[in-house]
Design a protein around this ligand. Structure first.
Ligand code: ZN
Length: 319
């Protein structure tokens, strides 16, 4: 009997940020810019996060019998092969949400007009491509600002899932940005302000300065220790780590399990560019990662009611 049928009250969502390979170059300072270079054409870029990573997730979610949310960078839909994968995502009953138009890591600091355009263009493009209302948003690099939270609501989104209240992750990211700056090839990433590191771990209504409300669905962490419940941490822990983690996850009332398309890619077998070895979990072979992630999601399905983030937002009174 599934968690839903047995009336269990623990709630979970599973989601995938489909960050293209070109975005990892920006994070690791190879591209040297927070946004698109002037001659950037998404249709010219390696689409394998979508064409290799996403289909593996579709297969895994099918086996685990869960439906998920895929956060799409709207400009990627300029590539015809990406549009075909988006159609497969929808046909399998999953949700598409916005991960901005061009994934500028400094979105939270852009002038108001450009910030609004990023969000509006993304929502328009994704709605046109999917024929569905795009209700949710996740910020590039998880970084919000008061102006960005207002803009998310202004363009018509009803929920956000950018908060990641995990001190260990945020400290590591801030350290990485500092190391890259010292080495002379600055990262495109921005650090998040420390009050977010220890912010609410469960869904809440974010009251904005304008008086508007935005439902926030934070990315999952364990209570107390705030261990990150994301694909990277599960994969780096391996099967032994998963076995230790799963009973704790089963007791956690809100689990928003965030993955990246690259989590199910393999540097060697997929013949990805060697510079991506800076992503530690990419070096793990797919044949080791796949069973760990599948067992984790199957376990989550047994202990929790798993819905898409958009479905949870529609039932916000139950959160
Ligand atoms: Zn991203």
């Amino acid at each position: 009997m599934s968690a839903a049928e047995s009336g269990m009250t623990r709630r979970a969502a599973v989601n995938v940020d489909v960050d293209g390979l070109y975005l990892y170059d920006r994070v690791h300072g190879f591209a040297g810019t927070a946004g698109n270079p002037t001659d950037f054409l998404a249709a010219d870029h390696d689409p394998r996060a979508w064409t290799v990573g996403v289909p593996r997730f579709l297969d895994l979610f099918h086996r685990a019998d869960v439906r998920a949310t895929f956060f799409a960078v709207a400009q990627d839909l300029d590539h015809p092969e990406v549009r075909a994968v988006v159609a497969d995502v929808l046909a399998a009953g999953h949700e598409i949400a916005s991960h901005s138009y061009s994934h500028p890591y400094d979105l939270s600091r852009l002038p108001p007009g450009r910030m609004h355009d990023e969000l509006q263009q993304a929502r328009d493009r994704l709605q046109q491509a999917t024929g569905q209302a795009i209700s949710g948003f996740r910020a590039p690099g998880y970084v919000l600002s008061p102006a960005l939270r207002e803009a998310i609501v202004e363009v018509g989104h009803s929920w956000d899932s950018s908060r990641f209240p995990c001190p260990a992750y945020q400290a590591a990211k801030t350290g990485m940005i500092g190391v890259y700056a010292a080495k002379g090839h600055p990262s495109g990433s921005l650090p998040e302000s420390p009050e977010v590191w220890v912010g609410p771990r469960k869904p809440y209504v974010d009251r904005l300065e304008s008086g508007r409300a935005l439902l926030e669905l934070p990315i999952g962490v364990l209570p107390g220790v705030r261990w990150p419940l994301i694909g990277t941490s599960v994969l780096l822990g391996g099967e032994l780590g998963r076995m230790a983690l799963q009973p704790l996850v089963a007791q956690t009332d809100w689990v928003n399990f965030e993955c990246h398309a690259l989590d199910l890619m393999d540097l060697e077998a997929d013949q990805l560019p060697a510079r991506l070895a800076k992503q530690p979990d990419l070096k793990l072979p797919l044949k080791r990662k796949w069973p760990v992630l599948l067992k984790f999601v199957e376990g989550l399905r047994r202990s929790h009611q798993v819905l898409t983030l958009g479905e949870w937002a529609e039932q916000a009174d139950r959160l």
